[in-house]
Design a protein around this ligand. Sequence first.
Ligand code: NDP
Ligand code: ZN
Length: 351
Amino acid sequence: MKCYAMLGIGKTGWIEKDKPQCGPLDAIVKPIAVSPCTSDIHTVWEGAIGERHDMVLGHESVGEVVEVGNLVRDIKVGDKVLVPAITPDWNALESQGGFSMHSGGMLSGWKFSNFKDGVFAEFYHVNDADGNLAVLPEGLDPACAVMLSDMVPTGLHGAELADIKFGDTVCVIGIGPVGLMSVAGAAIKGASQLYAVGSRPNCVQAAREYGATDIINYREGDIVDQIMDKTHGKGVDKVIIAGGDNDTFIQAIKMMKPGGIIGNVNYLGSGDYVKIPRVEWGCGMGHKTIAGGLMPGGRLRMEKLASLLVTGRIDVSKLITHKFNGFEHIEEALLLMKDKPADLIKPVVVM
Ligand code: NDP
Ligand code: ZN
């Protein structure tokens, strides 16, 4: 089969591979729509998870099931399915402990385009089909449904990690597609003043539509100063980080009130350490928590998050700025994600 792969750090291209084999609990899926992720960019061009050779890229997809294992009960051949980016082993002890995303070891629930071939192929393998696949709700556009693989669950996980409460003042740092879903999540969870940090006009416009009350442009001055000005020196209750770099944590700690929580979903692609400013961290006694996490994955979460789209609580169509028709456009879509032109939020490739 034809696939689009990471050939090595800094290199991608089309390759041929054998069609994957289906185990007793698994499914083989043919993509209907896929989308590249900023994480694919960290993986290939920053070498963030180390060297990989001829590994098929991509972890965001909606597809049609073409084969199931003999122990699969609920998912059938021909089902159109939502496929989460994170596909845990649900029997693992980590899953039983509530950390499915780390089933089998740290970050090991993230399999596609990390430990195994991803979804930019004519066919891909899904482990634990009943535990990880959800049937695509009728009437949901597959291009929109692809946002359920990663953008919606990761962005919303930022709001969960930061434990947003009714009336909290919140700053979301980074308003690419992930951060925009964090803005939407924070708004749903009850944020009052909601500051969104970004610069590209498209993203700024979308952030306002998803519920941001104020925009902070990080290119026009220090974001801590801007937040402190707007909050009369008090800072915010919670911060969600969905962009920036390792030093963004310094800013997040500084702009947050004692008792605050940082929910980080940004993928730190390089550098060895994250610094914490001692004084603003209350000399270690400020009750300022840093919670960083990979989204949980799995079927129930897919079903629940899909219901937010079906009921109109979240309109993901605003995220999709570029739509391609045909498998051969995967490379173009991935390179858009790498170059981030001003008018891009998220591209989708429909087969
Ligand atoms: P984008 O690159 O589209 O968005 C990044 C955002 O951060 C943009 O709004 C950008 O602003 C802003 N930004 C960049 N530099 C700074 C800075 N110095 N200070 C403040 N803001 C800044 O990324 P995505 O939304 O696609 O992804 C966000 C992150 O989430 C990525 O690191 C990605 O790998 C990660 N991710 C994590 C997952 C997880 O499970 N934890 C899953 C999926 C993604 P501008 O408007 O100027 O572009
Ligand atoms: Zn991703």
